[in-house]
Design a protein around this ligand. Sequence first.
Ligand SMILES: Cc1cc2nc3c(=O)[nH]c(=O)nc-3n(C[C@H](O)[C@H](O)[C@H](O)COP(=O)(O)OP(=O)(O)OC[C@H]3O[C@@H](n4cnc5c(N)ncnc54)[C@H](O)[C@@H]3O)c2cc1C
Length: 460
Amino acid sequence: MKTVIVGAGFSGLAVATRLRASGVDPEDILILEASPRIGGLISSIRKQGYLLEGGPEGFRGNSDSIQSLLKQAGQVSVAIPSTPATSKRYVVKKGKLSKLPEGPLGAITTSVISFRSKLRILAEPFVKPLDVKEETLASFVSRRFGKGVIDVLDAFVSGVYAGNPEELVVDYVFPQLKMFEKNHGSVIKGGMRFAKEMKKAKKLRKNEDKNKEGEKPPFLYSFPNGLAQFVDAVGKKFNIVVNSRVKEIFGKNHGYRVKTQNEEYDAETVVLAVSPNALSQIQMFGKKQKTSTREAKVVIVSLGYDSSQFSRKPQGYGFLVPSSENRFLLGALFSSEIFPHHSPENKVLLRCFVGGIRHPEYTKLSDEEIVKNTLKDIGDFLKPNGEPEFVHIYRNKVGIAQLEAGHHLNLAFKKQIEETHPGIKITGIGWRGISTNHLSSESENVAKQLKSILTITKSH
Ligand SMILES: Cc1cc2nc3c(=O)[nH]c(=O)nc-3n(C[C@H](O)[C@H](O)[C@H](O)COP(=O)(O)OP(=O)(O)OC[C@H]3O[C@@H](n4cnc5c(N)ncnc54)[C@H](O)[C@@H]3O)c2cc1C
């Protein structure tokens, strides 16, 4: 076998797709998956007409990398764009939903941030840059923008990482912010320069590809049967062995031997598309390594209502709850507003998030208690008339990796392995990022590096 990929989650499947697109014969790729199903954190089910996602709601639309992945996977024609409603987002302030600013003018007029904090934000370009090692996101943001934005940051971080900005390290979760400070002395200045360059590059690409002119990508993409449809369609193109947990990898001749509980496979190159915690369970070159991250587990409570139960139907993307509000929910997505095909006609689907790093104890509550507390918050924020007609609870077995202090040890291990064994690549959630958008870009780099190794091997 030329390439063995460990893990049939989004990352493993994305690397396989990239390799295939670069000319590698799919017959030369084998994917080994520990669980009985592929997709990893991505799972979608339809119940009583509601489409329920267990992981991401959709793939980022305005990402060139996601666009190319959809193209290479032959999934562009079936992808469903999110509605423009996604531009409206809310944060809970004093028990009520407050609209987050949509653009620069909105940022000036928003009531979410005080007048004093707005002035402090504008002073950011004059704040002296500092090089602090493994600085937390909260420290970085309050140092540069003032403490007045911490509540919004806290809510945002809950929405993306289900994590705590006092623990997440800016260098790992938003390395670009750190680069802006380092290279331009200011996040605002660096951000503006970056936006300008992106705009220029986009214009250039549009000129090269006339068909793209006028097209504005949606915020997200999904599929008629959710993200699992994408995963299944990609999975069909490759040889995947499920129920096949990789236990050990070691060098063999000029390549590697990959051992599962039942089988052994020889490979020229191996991609480990698993998180640091999952990697710590694989013996590599005679040793088990101590790679690890904390994981934020979330419970997803999906609620279905008849539209008539709302005097004002929830409109927009959803809302986030800062920890200062002392609420049960981390936030909720207005799923049927983002993707109307996620609910039957005239129904409202809300996808509510519980637990995370903020309240891991909530994830251990009984279904009854979780639903009771969720309904209390939803009742206060959205005021539906009566009980939901559909309730579904999804408990993720694996959580979202938190890139916190000490993560440099994981990265040092990855670097050492990849440098000592050029045929081995490590990717996946929890190494350099956690979003599918990021992992999609990573899959392009991994495939490019592998392709050159495979070509060299062939020519020898
Ligand atoms: C609730 C929730 C909401 C999210 N929301 C978003 C969002 O809005 N936007 C976004 O971009 N991302 C979001 N994410 C993150 C997104 O789901 C992940 O980025 C992505 O799915 C990770 O894919 P992966 O392949 O790297 O890892 P995984 O999905 O964890 O896949 C790894 C696979 O490897 C397998 N494996 C592990 N060990 C072994 C072994 N030894 N041998 C063989 N196989 C093994 C596992 O069984 C698994 O199938 C969300 C995640 C969750 C949980």
